[in-house]
Design a protein around this ligand. Structure first.
Ligand code: PEP
Ligand code: MG
Length: 761
């Protein structure tokens, strides 16, 4: 039974749609249990009924048609009680409801198991048998395990929209639909969806249909030829190192791509209506599943080869598609798990919105959205993203709503909001050349966070005092291989030159976590607690030193560079990094004749361990900067990238405020400069809190700077101190937000932030 379970889970994980997931479950569970019928009913939110979504054993015409009310029949009972029901003679049970169209009359025994995901009943799996017998305890336990293991896959497939598509088939034209996500960058964007799927990930290819069959076949043949060429070259390159049997494998793979084999199957699928990419991935995934199920271990291992071959051809298909697809005038990027690298494929000037199914408001994609000033919604888990290509969407970056096929009246409302936003932005422009000083005379320094090329112009326009955080990993993310030292020098020089003589704080490479370089993937169980930031740099001094040398060389003659180290969690880490920086510096000066001023060196405080070592760290560096994005996630043990726990992530949580107070006091006690570069600095309410805590230097996205300046120019330091004193004594984040929002709810201030309404639940 364990082997069957493993097989089912493996197959389901490779499936690409809810239809496939369910088909595999009913087929495999029926066979493992040797039952007459295996069916899955899923709850359809839109009409509050359980729909028969898949069955092996019942009449196929009834699939999608049979709908049971919430408490109707045995299925309704299992769902309501949230526990299995195992009956020898189902038709004798008082709740039994006979559904004629299924053809279930010969079946007497019944085992129904609820499919529950995160406390929510998604549906019921039912087994039926002709003979009158109760399913055994072991059998019941097996089905309970299957349901528990597969509920996540079902929920995910549902979330990506397939349920909606299947259930509404044949019910007329679809209407306006609204999907809820996490508001991640304010503003309203109206445009057309452009889908981005993971490069060469077979399972994430959306189902698309061919508009021009011949063109799709042509695209496919070109990709096949390129892949065959690769295989030949690879084979030739390895000829001297491989045995003749191993060499023969290359021939086998090339032949597999022929028209008589995989190639032919895919062309048939394209002729049947699929686009090349979806046809290719469905065929390959089907073969991978078949190989994985084989008993012979040698043949089982071939699954990996077919998968690799599949990815190689898909890579070519995606590259060719990128060249040929016409892009809309106003682009909304839509994807399952978007990262900044998606921007490399589109003209960013046309980007008006970003929506990602995964991720949360502090994911790096959200930060990039804010930096670009593009309305962004993350964690839109119910969005049928794979079906959205070309659809007109409205992105509400204030509320997190994504609207498809908006009605005219809805569109008008949003156009009006866009106009209001523009007016506010225009109004704020007046502050550009005014210093940031509180009404009681305390000056603050406002810096910008940068990373993208586009940030430079925006940052310069915002009249920032310099760059408080330049995320060097962003240019790395936009490429297909590590940039060389010379290439890095050119990138950094552009930044330093644009802002000179104002300081530019360059953070050394901070990859890992949710920032994976496409060419340096890091597969980890727990990436935010794993190989990240400075840990990678210290393990790869060759990468770190090249980066430091590039920064130093870029600063020659400008002398406005500051170097900042991310994810510092111990003193030896910091000592080692400084030692390497000094080594690079001395080499450039003494051996290569450069004339460079030694830059200021700083460390980020973004790990709880660093909070308790501020003095030791502060004594070793010229400045410290608090990364509240990570500090919040680590203090609250809430993954900043996980929409499921997004409601628990609060940068104004009393625990975070107390840590910020401690950091400020410890840093000033050792005379170390201290600033904030996490997103809280760009939140007008957050900025008031930071003012009250004593911070005088804040770094934020250019788009937030004037709003923050407007706030700080109107709230005195003494008022901010009073507010913070009370907030620090509060017991939860919700109370802090409501308190601050109420306290600053004056007409001239409340237009700068979204007033928070108390949650009465
Ligand atoms: C932070 O963690 O607050 C920070 C500024 O760094 P990043 O968001 O890039 O992790
Ligand atoms: Mg960080």
């Amino acid at each position: 039974m364990l082997a069957s379970l493993r097989n089912i889970v493996q197959e389901v994980n490779g499936a690409r749609s809810l239809g496939q997931v369910l088909a595999i479950i009913v087929k495999e569970v029926r066979s493992a249990m040797q039952a007459g019928v295996c069916s899955v009913y899923l709850f359809d939110e839109s009409d509050q009924r359980y729909v028969l979504m898949a069955s092996e054993g019942l009449r196929s015409e009834s699939i999608g048609k049979v709908r049971l009310a919430m408490r109707e029949g045995l299925v309704g009972l299992v769902a309501a009680r949230e526990e299995p029901l195992n009956l020898e003679n189902a038709d004798k049970h008082p709740n039994f409801a006979y559904v004629e169209e299924t053809g279930e009359s010969p079946f007497h025994s019944f085992l129904g198991v609820p499919i529950i995901h995160h406390r929510k009943v998604l549906g019921v799996l039912v087994l039926q048998q002709e003979t009158q017998r109760k399913f055994g305890d072991e059998e019941e336990a097996f089905v309970v395990t299957v349901c528990a293991q597969l509920s996540g896959a079902i929920a995910h497939a549902e979330a990506t929209g397939a349920l909606r598509q299947l259930a509404s088939a044949g019910r007329g034209k679809s209407r306006e639909a609204m999907f809820r996500g996490i508001p991640s960058s304010p503003g309203v964007g109206i445009g057309r969806a452009v889908l981005v799927s993971d490069t060469a990930d077979l399972a994430s290819v959306p189902e698309r249909f061919a508009t021009d069959t011949n063109a799709e076949i042509e695209i496919f043949r070109t990709a096949l030829e390129s892949a065959k060429e690769d295989m030949r070259n690879l084979g030739e390159g390895l000829e001297s190192k491989l045995s003749s049997e191993e060499m023969a494998l290359f021939e086998v793979y090339i032949r597999m791509l022929d028209d008589r084999s995989l190639g032919g199957e895919v062309i048939a699928a394209i002729i049947a209506g699929q686009a090349a990419q979806s046809a290719w991935s469905s065929v390959i995934l089907k073969h991978v599943r078949t190989f994985r199920k084989m008993d012979d271990p040698y043949l089982r291992e071939r699954a990996a080869d077919v998968n690799d071959l599949g990815k190689r051809v898909l890579g070519y298909l995606q590259r060719n598609e990128k060249k040929t697809l016409p892009l809309p005038r106003r682009i909304i990027l839509v994807g399952e798990d978007l990262s900044a690298s998606a921007l490399a494929d589109i003209p960013v000037s046309r980007l008006v919105g970003i929506v990602s199914v995964k991720g949360s408001s502090n994911s790096h994609m959200a930060i990039v959205g804010r930096a670009l000033g593009v309305p962004t919604v993350m964690g839109a888990v119910d969005l049928p993203w794979a079906e959205m290509e070309g659809h007109e969407l409205i992105i509400d970056g204030f509320s997190g709503d994504v609207i498809s096929r908006a009605s005219r009246s809805m569109r008008r409302v949003y156009l009006q909001r866009q106009r209001e936003e523009k007016l506010l932005a225009k109004d704020l422009e007046k502050l550009r050349d005014i210093p940031c000083v509180t009404p009681d005379g305390f000056p603050l320094s406002l810096f910008v966070n940068t990373g993208l090329r586009q940030d430079i112009a925006k940052a310069l326009k915002s009249s920032a005092e310099g760059v408080g955080l330049y995320r060097t990993e962003i240019p790395f993310l936009m490429r297909s291989s590590f940039p060389t030292e010379d290439e890095q020098t050119a990138i950094y020089r552009e930044q330093l030159q644009a802002f000179a003589p104002k300081p530019v704080t360059m953070r050394t490479l901070d990859i890992g976590g949710d920032k994976d370089l496409p060419y340096f993937p890091i597969e980890e169980e727990n990436p935010f607690l794993g190989w990240r930031g400075i840990r990678i740099s210290l393990d790869h001094p060759e990468i770190f030193l090249a980066q430091i040398r590039a920064m130093l060389r870029a600063s020659e003659g400008l002398n406005n560079l500051r170097i900042m180290l991310p994810m510092i969690s111990s003193v030896p880490e910091l000592d080692r990094a400084i030692e390497l920086i000094d080594r690079a510096y001395n080499e450039l000066l003494q051996e290569e004749g450069y004339s460079i001023q030694r830059p200021e060196i700083g460390a980020m405080i973004e790990v709880p361990a660093a909070v308790y070592q501020v003095k030791e760290l502060g004594r070793r560096v010229d400045f410290l900067s608090v990364g509240t994005n990570d500090l919040t996630q680590y203090l609250l043990a809430v993954d900043r990238n996980n929409p499921r726990v997004a409601n628990l992530y609060h940068a104004l949580h009393p625990a975070v405020l107390r840590a910020l107070k401690e950091i400020y006091e410890q840093a000033t006690a050792v005379n170390c400069k201290i600033s904030i570069c996490g997103e809280v600095a760009g939140d007008p309410l957050g900025a008031v809190v930071l003012l009250g805590l004593g911070y005088e230097s804040l770094s934020m996205s250019a788009n937030s700077l004037l709003k923050v300046k407007s706030m700080l120019n109107q709230v005195s330091k003494s008022e901010a101190r009073r507010l913070v004193k009370r907030a620090l004594r509060m017991s939860d984040a919700g109370s802090v937000s409501v308190f601050l929002s109420d306290a600053l709810n004056r007409p001239e201030l409340s237009k700068l932030y979204r007033p928070v309404i108390a949650d009465k639940s």
